[in-house]
Every structure is written in structure tokens, then in C-alpha cells.
Design a protein around this ligand. Structure first.
Ligand SMILES: NC(=[NH2+])NCCC[C@H](N)C(=O)O
Ligand SMILES: [Mn+2]
Ligand SMILES: [Mn+2]
Length: 321
């Protein structure tokens, strides 16, 4: 049982949104993230911290393997726009319902393309809220800047409505969502692999971006403080955390699709979530890019999945004393 307070959640209710989705990138295995997290005790951990969990499985009706294998699902250089859009739309609805019911949505991926759905639902439900994107990557490529065509590198651009003219038509539904993610209400922590087109966008839009350089220079405590100050200057608005486990160094989190050396230590990666939880403002969480198939040893799987579980526990108020 945790005694932290959550100002924007009623009655310590969590909605676990399962997102076993891998269409935002080419590798297999990331679709097993939710199963592995549950096998290692996600729901037990949530209950032990005094939360009541409801599990939502918005993609259950899809045959995801068949959708992923459809060679006709391309638009320009974008891979699988129909699959990503159809799935994200359902995840958006699930997250929106969780916000309306004042439960805390914890979305478990799957690849990070689903972040377009969760942060858009958060921004639309809480237009004055702030978002922290914890990642080695900025994931703000647009269909015109993406070097890979993988949509897990683009969710922030879609949720912000950037360069809509370049979008595959499948994403038209996003244009109808009233409140998009605002550039002054999102901050990054952990960056170390940012594409040239992304750097340009971050600069032009004045987005708060704390790279590993800043973590080394100021320390993680100061970086979290600065990031929260940017996205939640009053300190009393809701905050969503979209956590790509590749923000943490591959020494601790090896089983992920796009690992980059020189990342957060495991403790830095957990501290930042503990610190956000302590504000009482947490109102949404994603844990993505756990890919058990990319482990070369059993230890890699155990380490990576347990890092994901630790992120969830820290977010839900686990404290040591
Ligand atoms: N969610 C992730 N792991 N994203 C990796 C993105 C890599 C690269 N920037 C791309 O757009 O293709
Ligand atoms: Mn990443
Ligand atoms: Mn990411």
C-alpha cells in the first residue's frame, strides 16, 4: 500500500490498457510486452500498492499478425499507416474513457507509435496538462522527415498536428480531435539519438528537450525539476509520462528494438518517475518498447521486463520508507 496522493485520479483506480502492437516498426516480439509484464506480476504489483485495476484490451478484436503482414499497407514512405491509425484510434478511445472516469490509464506496449493515441487523449482530456516523453529518441519525425518510415518514430508529430499536409489520409481522424498536444506542454528527458529533421523541429517549436548531456551536467533531480517547470509551471496541473524503456541504458534494458548506449542508469530512470509521482499530479502513464524477443540471454528478458515493472511501481507510489 502506498500513501502518496493522486490529485487527478479518483479512488485509486487504474485502467491497464493492453497495447500488444508492433506495426510502428519492423521487428517482431514487441507485441509480447503486455503478456510478459503480466506474467512477471504487473497486476499483482498494482494491487499490492492499493490500486484497483480494470484491464482494457482495445485491440483484442484484431488479428494483428495478419494486419502487420499486409504488403499493401504503405503510403509514400510510411509503413503500415492503416494498421497504426486503426489501432491508435481504439487506444485513443480507451484512454479517453479512462480519463473521463477519472482512472489512471497505464498503457502497456507494444511499440511507441501508440503514444500518439495516449498523449492525444491526455491533451484532449486535460488541455492544460503537461507531458513528459522519456526516451533516447524524440519520436517527432513527420512523414516528410522520417528516415525509416517507421511510425514509432513519429507519434509526437501526429499528436501535435505537425505538417498535416504530409500525412497519410488514414490519420484524418486526428485532425478532428479538439485539443492537440501543445509544444510548450511537452518536455523530453533522456535524448541521445535525434534525427536532423527532428532537431530542426525541436528548435523551431522551442520544445524543452533534456538530453543525456543535460542529465550529466545538472543531475537527474534538477532535470526533472526543470522539465516539470516547463510543462506544468503552476505545479498543480495533471502530468502524463510516456516512458520508452530505451531511455534507460541497454546495460539494464537490453531487450528493446532501438537500443542506444549512454543512457539513464536504472536508478536515474526510476528516480524520475518517483519524483513525478511524489508531486501527486500523475494522470497517465505509458510503458513501451519492451521486446522480449530481442534478448540474447534469459537475463536480458528478466532485467528488461523487471525494469518495466519497476517503472509502473514507482509511478503508482512505491516508496522505500
Ligand atoms: N520509439 C522508438 N524506439 N523510436 C525510434 C525511432 C528511431 C528513428 N528516429 C526513426 O524515426 O526511425
Ligand atoms: Mn526510443
Ligand atoms: Mn520512443
Amino acid at each position: 500500500m502506498s500513501d502518496l496522493e493522486y490529485k487527478f485520479v479518483s479512488a485509486r483506480k487504474v485502467t491497464v490498457i493492453r497495447a500488444p502492437f508492433s506495426g510502428g516498426q519492423g521487428k517482431g516480439g514487441v507485441e509480447d510486452g503486455p503478456d510478459k509484464m503480466e506474467e512477471f506480476g504487473l497486476l499483482r504489483d498494482i494491487a499490492e500498492l492499493g490500486w484497483t485495476a480494470t484491464v482494457d484490451d482495445p485491440l483484442a478484436k484484431f488479428d494483428l499478425a495478419t494486419l502487420k503482414a499486409d504488403p499493401s499497407d504503405v503510403y509514400g514512405n510510411c509503413k503500415r499507416p492503416k494498421m497504426v491509425s486503426d489501432c491508435c484510434r481504439l487506444i485513443f478511445d480507451a484512454a479517453t474513457a479512462a480519463h473521463e472516469n477519472k482512472t489512471l490509464p497505464v498503457t502497456v506496449g507494444g511499440d511507441h507509435s501508440i503514444g500518439m493515441a495516449t498523449i492525444l487523449a491526455f491533451a484532449n482530456a486535460h488541455p492544460d496538462g503537461g507531458i513528459l516523453w522519456i526516451d533516447a529518441h524524440a519520436d517527432i519525425n513527420t512523414p516528410s522527415t522520417t528516415p525509416s518510415g517507421n511510425l514509432h518514430g513519429c507519434p509526437v508529430a501526429f499528436a501535435m498536428g505537425l505538417e498535416e499536409d504530409s500525412w497519410p489520409p488514414h490519420f484524418d481522424w486526428i485532425k478532428q480531435v479538439k485539443h492537440k498536444v501543445r509544444p510548450d506542454r511537452i518536455a523530453y528527458i533522456g535524448l541521445r539519438d535525434v534525427d536532423p529533421g527532428e532537431k530542426k523541429l525541436l528548435k523551431e517549436l522551442g520544445i524543452a528537450a533534456y538530453s543525456m548531456y543535460h542529465v550529466d551536467k545538472y543531475g537527474i533531480n534538477k532535470v526533472v525539476e526543470m522539465a516539470l517547470q516547463r510543462v506544468n509551471p503552476s505545479g498543480n496541473k495533471p502530468v502524463h509520462v510516456s516512458y520508452d524503456v530505451d531511455a534507460i541504458d541497454p546495460l539494464y534494458v537490453a531487450a528493446t528494438g532501438t537500443p542506444v548506449r549512454g543512457g539513464l542508469s536504472l536508478r536515474e530512470g526510476l528516480f524520475l518517475v518517483e519524483e513525478i509521482a511524489a508531486t501527486g499530479n500523475l494522470a497517465g502513464l505509458d510503458i513501451v518498447e519492451v521486446n522480449p524477443a530481442l534478448a540474447s540471454t534469459e537475463t536480458h528478458i528478466v532485467d528488461t521486463v523487471n525494469a518495466g515493472l519497476s517503472i509502473a511501481r514507482c509511478a503508482l507510489g512505491e516508496t522505500i520508507l
